[in-house]
Design a protein around this ligand. Structure first.
Ligand code: CMC
Length: 430
């Protein structure tokens, strides 16, 4: 804690509040005693100026366009690391040594199957259900199958639940996909690595041999690394808030998945691809740029803008590179949607509206093109985001539960409804 103080004067009475410094990034004014001192709350809808917790996991510098997991730049992790190593890093705070990595990979691999009875859950859903609806239901249902890892006061159970979710999420996601397209479920193959196993569960069929393309598996792995955590975004805050009441971790992650689904958050990858498809050709871009700028039109450029990044999203840069690698590997020389995306980006980045509002492409702008090339239909995109973000949610949930000062999250409000009034019997109401 630094020695800086912030003074707040209300009606001529001045009070002093401590300013707390982080390792990097903005300091915070500790106003936790404000209500006790003054009888007032702070008002910050959308939490644009509120640090909701202390955390050591992920750091974003939105002006610089920097993203660090436990201090390591996302570019280095994406170039040199792999997803399970990033999971270990997020969960334990350090990159694993070789034996630690082998042990972790082994533990995750041993938990990839789901309880056989759970497969019957899927048949209860309509075939045309959105896979995110299936994910919310099935992940929430994990708590009905794994009672032995729902006691959040037990560190061993917490860790078992964490490993189970990282391990089972690809299996559940692949099953949601297979059910949707009417193909049989494919069991995990534990001799494949995490991402290759996922591709195998999604795209193999029992009637023929399916060999995972290592370049595509590596691209999938990198996409998972890019999505693994992102500080206190809406779904992570949802997981923390749900967990703050003592709810079990499976229920908390299901809550996170529900929040992620929205088009302003994880649902933007599906929405961005749908938008690029709707635009269709480069000559229609000006029409859509005009709509995005029109205050009376609710249309927004999906995959553009971010609450925190006021610079190029560093994940978008890596994603764009991955898009080119995947298309090259698949021999796709010409993808009309990529042409539309690149031209849209070029025009938007030189347009006064987008420049002045600091609206840059975010991770979702290019991810849809990549995921589609990998073979996924648009409504699987947010499922893949949820799969990868699970480790971030868990790391944040664990950090919160393990904080000795943790209390239930309970925001207050500025009430502007009716003041106290008396009940009126129905026959007297006008
Ligand atoms: N297209 C056109 N105008 C935009 C856009 C956009 N994509 N994004 C923001 N603006 C404008 C907005 O109209 C507002 O203008 P004004 O100040 O004149 O009212 C200004 O920029 C600030 O926007 P905001 O809605 O106040 O910003 P926010 O921080 O509340 O919202 C956002 C951030 C990501 C929800 C928003 O930029 C957006 O809706 N983007 C499209 C959806 C999207 O791509 N979401 C994925 C985010 S990254 C993945 C993830 O982390 O989930």
């Amino acid at each position: 804690m630094g020695d800086t103080k912030a003074n707040l004067t209300i009606d001529g009475t001045s009070r002093e509040y401590s300013v707390l410094d982080g390792t990097i990034g903005p300091s915070v004014v500790d106003i936790s005693s404000l209500y006790k001192d003054t009888g007032m709350f702070t008002f910050d809808p959308g939490f644009t100026s509120t640090a909701s917790c202390e955390s050591k996991i992920t750091y974003i510098d939105g002006d610089e366009g920097t993203l660090l997991y436990r201090g390591y730049p996302i570019e280095q992790l994406a170039d040199h690391g792999d997803f399970l190593e990033s999971c270990y890093l997020l969960l334990y705070g350090e990159l694993p040594t070789r034996p630690q990595k082998e042990d972790f990979v082994n533990r995750v691999t041993k938990h990839t199957m789901i309880h056989e009875q759970m497969s019957r859950f899927f048949t209860g859903f309509r075939r045309d259900a959105h896979p995110m609806a299936v994910m919310v239901g099935v992940v929430g249902a994990l708590s009905a199958f794994y009672h032995d890892s729902t006691d959040i006061a037990d560190p061993h159970q917490r860790m078992v639940a964490s490993i189970r979710m990282i391990a089972k999420m690809p299996t559940i996601a692949a099953m949601a996909y297979k059910y949707h397209i009417g193909q049989p479920f494919v069991y995990p193959k534990n001799d494949l690595d995490y991402s290759a196993n996922f591709l195998h569960m999604c795209f193999a069929v029992p009637c023929e041999e399916y060999k995972v393309n290592p370049v595509l598996a590596r691209a999938m792995d990198r996409i998972f690394i890019l999505h693994a955590d992102h500080e206190q975004n809406a779904s992570t805050s949802t997981v923390r808030l749900a967990g703050s009441s003592g709810a079990n971790p499976f229920a908390c992650i299901a809550a996170g998945i529900a929040c992620l689904w929205g088009p302003a958050h994880g649902g933007a990858n599906e929405a961005a691809l749908n938008m690029l498809t709707e635009i269709g050709s480069v000559d229609r871009i000006p029409e859509f740029i005009a709509r995005a700028k029109d205050k009376n039109d609710p249309f927004r450029l999906m995959g553009f803008g971010h609450r925190v990044y006021k610079n190029y999203d560093p994940r978008a840069r890596i994603m764009q590179k991955t898009t080119h690698e995947v298309l090259a590997e698949l021999g796709i020389k010409d993808d009309p949607l990529l042409d539309v995306a690149m031209e849209l980006e070029r025009i938007a980045l030189s347009d006064e509206y987008f420049v002045s509002k600091k609206l840059y492409p975010n991770i979702d702008f290019y991810s849809g093109i990549t995921l589609r090339a990998l073979g996924f239909p648009p409504h699987m995109f947010t499922v893949l985001f949820a799969l990868a973000r699970t480790v971030g949610w868990i790391a944040q949930w664990k950090e919160m539960v393990e904080d000795p000062g943790q209390r239930i999250g309970r925001p207050r409000q500025l009430y502007t409804g009716a003041p106290k009034r008396d009940y009126v019997p129905v026959e007297q109401r006008r």
